[in-house]
Design a protein around this ligand. Structure first.
Ligand SMILES: Cc1cc2nc3c(=O)[nH]c(=O)nc-3n(C[C@H](O)[C@H](O)[C@H](O)COP(=O)(O)OP(=O)(O)OC[C@H]3O[C@@H](n4cnc5c(N)ncnc54)[C@H](O)[C@@H]3O)c2cc1C
Ligand SMILES: *[C@@H]1O[C@H](CO)[C@@H](O)[C@H](O)[C@H]1NC(C)=O
Ligand SMILES: *[C@@H]1O[C@H](CO)[C@@H](O)[C@H](O)[C@H]1NC(C)=O
Ligand SMILES: *[C@@H]1O[C@H](CO)[C@@H](O)[C@H](O)[C@H]1NC(C)=O
Length: 491
């Protein structure tokens, strides 16, 4: 009887388009908060529901570990509409998410089962030649920003590889090809346009509110939703550099070159990053070389250039082209996790531990649908934290010249998520313990970069001594803890 009734209803719906449409409207009506938002926002903004193409775009992330099914996607088009959404969400205590470009692989950081806010429409880039700053919207990826600034011959301190979102990158710190020269992206911030949790749109500068300005420089979504950054610009000539792919038989040479670079480099226009990757049953390395000018000073990178390689894409080129030349390993659509581990020196013995970890976990995790296991060795100059006299939420200390190394794992089957997360925790601990054991004692206390740290990293490892100040700001701008309804790093 029951089956028969269901079949009848299904047949009735199938033959009556009007009824089907009615059923879809009924499904929409299931979420009154989304409907309320839809009615309250201006025509510059939209709400999308499951089944809409722009819903799928809105809830997508770089790594599928970060995906969740939300009730609706809100694409606000004005800061005032963001404020309206926050007022409705706060008043109804609705769980929500705010997504820049969705590049954090951490589950629930930019996703929700409630109302998902995607910032795509904040996509303007405005260069102010007099002030030597650029206003950039928080829905952009760095590729767009570099393309928009290139005609002006200027650039800002931003992302190194294609596709990365400006919002999370900038709100968490920002390690760039230009960091040896200018510090982190947070060190180049002049102002924020912030939608406070009470819905008010405010401009935040050091002068207007030094503590909130400090908190936003590393504090992600703790204090509201940022709609615009004003960042310092710098003249951008053509640059020299790109990636060199090196096979396992040259591991000693590329490692010794990296270790020597770390011990001897002094030119802030130059930068090197070496990654150790296990994929398809093999270990291989990529050395990324960068010089902020059209030619490398004679001899500077000779040791890297002399290594027999199986792919080199090192050239004089526009900055945006250098960014596009950088292979990112596994790209969109895999399960993924990063973890951060900070060390103080790139010694040969420590990199040997990194290499062993790459190989060991690469092999272990291949059996669990692992497809790529990468460890990045990033020998920045020890002066990178000296480019800002103002306090920033991250890094919480500028007196430890730590290097923000990181790992990235990608895999296919969600059954193994916990095993990958656990490996990422265990492996970083092995390396930091090894650093401490070889005399890098400060490594144990060095901050962990929140854009790379795994989701359950203790908050004091990220913000350290800044936590009391950040909490005071939080109590002031968000007494009802509206932002606590969204995921991410929470003070
Ligand atoms: C391939 C790849 C390469 C990378 N390379 C680098 C690198 O070279 N240097 C580096 O420093 N980092 C790098 N990262 C890390 C990167 O900085 C982070 O993943 C960053 O969070 C990406 O920003 P997003 O806007 O895409 O983040 P999302 O995943 O969208 O958001 C991250 C967090 O920021 C919050 N957030 C987003 N937008 C807003 C907003 N408008 N207001 C308030 N809070 C907001 C979210 O709620 C979430 O908690 C890389 C990541 C990937 C995947
Ligand atoms: C982007 O710039 C255009 C043109 O100035 C403006 O109309 C629009 O409101 C801006 N969008 C945002 C989100 O600021
Ligand atoms: C390699 O790493 C694994 C896992 O951390 C460890 O058990 C093993 O002893 C290491 N091997 C060497 C030679 O260090
Ligand atoms: C994931 O792994 C589990 C356990 O081995 C298996 O049962 C399942 O079929 C796998 N899923 C996919 C999509 O391969």
């Amino acid at each position: 009887m029951l089956n028969h009734a269901i079949v009848s209803v299904a047949l009735a719906l199938a033959t009556l388009p009007f009824a089907v449409q009615g059923a879809q409207l009924a499904a929409r009506a299931q979420d009154p908060i989304c409907e309320w938002i839809e009615r309250a926002i201006s025509s510059a903004s939209n709400v999308y529901y499951p089944g809409d193409a722009l819903y799928n775009k809105g809830v997508a992330h770089w790594a599928t570990t970060a995906d969740q099914v939300s009730k609706c996607v809100v694409e606000p088009g004005t800061a005032a509409d963001v404020g309206m959404v926050l007022r409705i969400i706060g008043g109804t205590r609705t769980p929500f998410a705010v997504k820049g470009a969705g590049h954090s692989p951490n589950p629930k950081f930019a996703s929700t089962t409630g109302v998902h806010i995607s910032m795509y429409r904040f996509n303007n880039v405005t260069y102010d030649a007099d002030a030597q700053t650029a206003d950039i919207g928080t829905g952009l990826i760095w590729d767009n920003v570099y393309d928009a600034l290139a005609p002006h011959g200027v650039n800002i301190v931003g992302g190194r590889v294609p596709g990365v979102g400006v919002a999370g990158f900038t709100l968490g710190g920002g390690y760039s090809w230009k960091t040896n020269q200018f510090g982190l992206t947070v060190d180049t911030l002049v102002a924020f346009e912030l939608v406070r949790p009470d819905g008010k749109v405010v401009k935040v500068t050091h002068e207007s509110d030094p503590q909130l300005f400090m908190g936003l420089k590393g504090g992600f979504n703790n204090f509201g939703i940022v709609t615009k950054f004003t960042l310092k610009t710098h003249p951008q000539p053509e640059v020299w550099g790109g990636p060199i792919q090196v096979a396992a038989d040259q591991i000693d040479e590329v490692t010794d070159a990296t270790v020597e670079w770390d011990a001897t480099a002094t030119d802030p226009k130059a930068q090197v990053m070496t990654t150790y990757t296990y994929a398809q049953g093999e270990l291989h390395m990529t050395a990324f070389l960068f010089y902020d000018g059209p030619t490398q000073p004679a001899g500077m990178f000779d040791r890297f250039l002399a290594i027999p390689n199986h792919g080199s894409n090192v050239n004089t080129r526009p900055f945006a082209d250098l960014v596009q030349s950088t292979p990112t390993g596994a790209s969109y659509g895999f399960r993924g996790i990063f973890n951060a581990f900070s060390v103080l020196d790139t010694t040969r013995s420590l990199v040997d531990v990194v290499i062993n970890e790459t190989q060991y976990w690469g092999q272990q995790l291949s059996a669990k649908t692992g497809i790529i296991t990468t460890y990045a060795v990033e020998p920045f100059l020890r002066s990178i934290y000296s480019h800002n006299t103002q306090q920033t939420a991250f890094p919480p200390t500028r007196s430890i010249p730590f290097l923000p190394f990181n790992i990235y794992y990608a895999w296919l089957n969600s059954t193994y998520d916990e095993e990958f997360y656990n490996a990422a925790r265990v492996s970083t601990k092995v390396i930091v313990d090894a650093a401490v054991a070889e005399g890098q004692r400060g490594a144990a206390d060095a901050p962990l970069y929140p854009n790379n740290a795994i989701f359950d990293t203790p908050i004091n490892k990220v913000y350290g001594a800044n936590i009391p100040t950040m909490r005071a700001v939080k109590r002031r701008v968000d007494p009802a803890n509206v932002m606590g309804l969204a995921g991410g790093w929470k003070v």
